[in-house]
Design a protein around this ligand. Structure first.
Ligand code: SF4
Ligand code: SF4
Length: 67
């Protein structure tokens, strides 16, 4: 499995903190009423987005890990 970042849309409040802290936000995140991933090729897997999310709804699955 390639890198995946899953956003639990039931829990996401669209606050944009994931995109605010992400060094490559413009290429990776699009935040409307919920946050969506555009393109993970630019992700460094720094995990800042997941740590910053106030509702803990971002799950990062590294290549080779089980979902
Ligand atoms: S892990 Fe880092 S680079 Fe990847 S989306 Fe999250 S904040 Fe951005
Ligand atoms: S930080 Fe979490 S709750 Fe806020 S927009 Fe991003 S994914 Fe949604």
């Amino acid at each position: 499995m390639p890198l995946q970042i899953l956003v639990d849309e039931e829990k996401c409040i669209g606050c944009g903190k994931c995109a605010e802290i992400c060094p490559k936000a413009a290429k990776i995140w699009k935040v409307g009423s919920v946050a969506r991933i555009l393109d993970l090729r630019y992700c460094h897997v720094c995990t800042l987005c997941a740590m910053e999310c106030p509702t803990d709804c971002i799950k990062i699955i590294r290549p080779g890990e089980e979902a």
